[in-house]
Design a protein around this ligand. Structure first.
Ligand SMILES: Cc1cc2nc3c(=O)[nH]c(=O)nc-3n(C[C@H](O)[C@H](O)[C@H](O)COP(=O)(O)OP(=O)(O)OC[C@H]3O[C@@H](n4cnc5c(N)ncnc54)[C@H](O)[C@@H]3O)c2cc1C
Length: 456
């Protein structure tokens, strides 16, 4: 019986892998595009600013869409970090070094890499300034700078507080160095919680900001997986001591995830654990690290919550180079983020400028899965723009958020602006072993070998 189950499992995984259908998004693009793989023979200089998930995924696609164009990618990082792998590294299932590859090894042929940073954009003169080469002019620009963390926005915190005084932040990474200290810090934090729970009761507080965040499911992963470890599961094993730990998840927003159907299902799942509680619309303002007290603003009212252990998801914002430039929205919901049309991804004021990835600052959709979908749209739209034609492709808001509900089980929350958008005809709110196995064993390979090469 066992053998046939394993065989079925392997067979199913193989089929899914071959179909190229993975947790970064389905096998078929959700974007509204004819997938005609159009290309333009025009000569032009296309500059891509940022060489993370979005920049790399789009570079190889643009290479194909514009074979005669000069394509320049500007990014300071020697190493490329697979950020989703930080979660598995934190729980001890990956080594940190497994999540990085040298930038040259994934740089598409025919793309020139400038290892430097953009200091500012001057779209009026179709140029930008870099820290080493100075002014660079372009015919088309694709902005893919990602987002940065703003730990300093929380009084009493700052990056230096992470990893000390029982405070962790799995997010902490440096996309320029390709390092992710947050995983190591959180790994130790999990161990410290278990050690404390062995001695008595423990209060664990997790906070999520009110800003858009990348990796929407990360706090839920920490909540569920930490609890599961305390139940004695996961690589460390041990006695079930979870009832000694009370978890509070404080969200800056009023949802656990930005799609109503998944949110409802996840709220039910969280409520079912009797050592979990939630606070919604609570925005972390300050932390008193000595007293171990976090102060939130909740509907304008100050509220103090004491903790023994704190996990912080930092507020996120666009990098300065974008925020201080004419390319940023200066009013409305997306203030400070790239001011683009959310469907065509073209800048609202400068038609030769496009934006992709986290820089769009969408509350739902700061994910590698979204960036991959947007790269498909960008391929068609850049080819059309080169030919001075109307833009044919539209991004419909697709994103995929893995939520690890326990070791060996995962919900793959795929959705777009209209709600559920699952690739498979299965109840999408159910945690399944198949998503966990694919995520753990296949996804990183697919990321470096297919998505980065614009092959899915
Ligand atoms: C812990 C964690 C878990 C996650 N889990 C998932 C998941 O399971 N599934 C999923 O789909 N997504 C997940 N994500 C989100 C995903 O990693 C990001 O949404 C994705 O990397 C966004 O791609 P990007 O290119 O916009 O930004 P990034 O990949 O962050 O790349 C930005 C790039 O811009 C460069 N850059 C920055 N400033 C400048 C400048 N001034 N000049 C030039 N270059 C610059 C950086 O060096 C970097 O190379 C997770 C993220 C984290 C942190």
């Amino acid at each position: 019986m066992k053998r046939s189950f394993d065989a079925d499992r392997r067979e199913a995984l193989k089929k899914l892998a071959v179909g190229g259908t993975l947790a970064f998004g389905g096998s078929l693009p959700a974007a509204e595009t004819k997938l005609s793989m159009p290309s333009s023979k025009k000569r032009a200089r296309i500059v891509i600013a940022g060489g993370g998930t979005a920049g790399m995924a789009v570079a190889s696609r643009i290479r194909r869409a514009a074979p005669n164009a000069e394509i320049v990618l500007i990014s300071p990082n020697d190493m490329h970090l697979y950020q989703p792998g930080q979660v598995f590294a934190a729980v001890g299932l990956y080594r940190d070094s497994d999540n990085v590859q040298p930038t040259p090894s994934i740089l598409p042929d025919g793309v020139r890499w400038l290892k430097e940073s953009v200091l500012f954009f001057d779209p009026e003169s179709s140029s930008l300034k870099c820290d080493r080469s100075g002014k660079i002019v372009y015919d088309f620009l694709i902005v893919a700078l990602g987002c940065e963390y703003d730990y300093e926005a929380i009084d009493g915190l700052g990056i230096s507080a992470i990893g000390r005084n029982s405070i962790a932040s799995l997010y902490l990474n440096d996309t320029v160095k390709g390092s992710a200290k947050g995983s190591e810090i959180t790994r130790k934090w999990f161990g410290d919680i278990r050690e404390s729970a062995d001695k008595g009761s423990v209060k664990v507080l997790l906070s999520d900001p009110a800003t858009p965040v990348k990796g929407e499911g990360v706090s839920l992963d920490i909540l569920f997986l930490c609890n599961d470890m305390l139940k004695g599961r996961g690589p460390r094993k041990g006695a079930d001591i979870h009832s000694k730990v009370k978890f509070t998840l404080a969200k800056g927003s009023d949802t656990l995830i930005g799609c109503r159907g998944y949110d409802k299902a996840l709220k039910k799942r969280v409520a079912a654990e009797n050592n979990f509680s939630t606070l919604f619309s609570h925005e972390l303002q300050s932390v008193d690290v000595d007293r171990k007290v976090a102060t939130f603003s909740a509907g304008g009212v100050r509220k103090e919550v004491s903790y023994d252990f704190l996990h912080v998801t930092p507020p996120m914002r666009a990098p300065d180079a974008l925020r201080d430039s004419p390319l940023a929205a200066y009013e409305g919901e997306h203030t400070g983020w790239f001011d683009g049309d959310e469907r065509t991804l073209r800048h609202k004021t400068y038609p030769n400028v496009f934006g992709i990835g986290d820089i769009l600052g969408r509350r739902s959709g700061m994910s590698g899965a979204a960036a991959r979908d947007q790269a498909i749209v960008m391929q068609d739209n850049i080819a059309a723009a080169l030919e001075d034609k109307p833009l044919p492709a539209k991004y419909l808001g697709y994103t995929a958020v893995p939520v690890r509900t326990r070791f060996g089980r995962e919900i793959l929350a795929e959705y777009d602006r209209n709600g559920f958008d699952p690739t498979f005809p299965l109840d999408p709110t159910e945690p399944r072993w198949i998503w966990w196995e694919m995520d753990l064993h296949l996804m990183r390979w697919v990321y470096f070998n297919l998505i980065m090469r614009g092959m899915m």
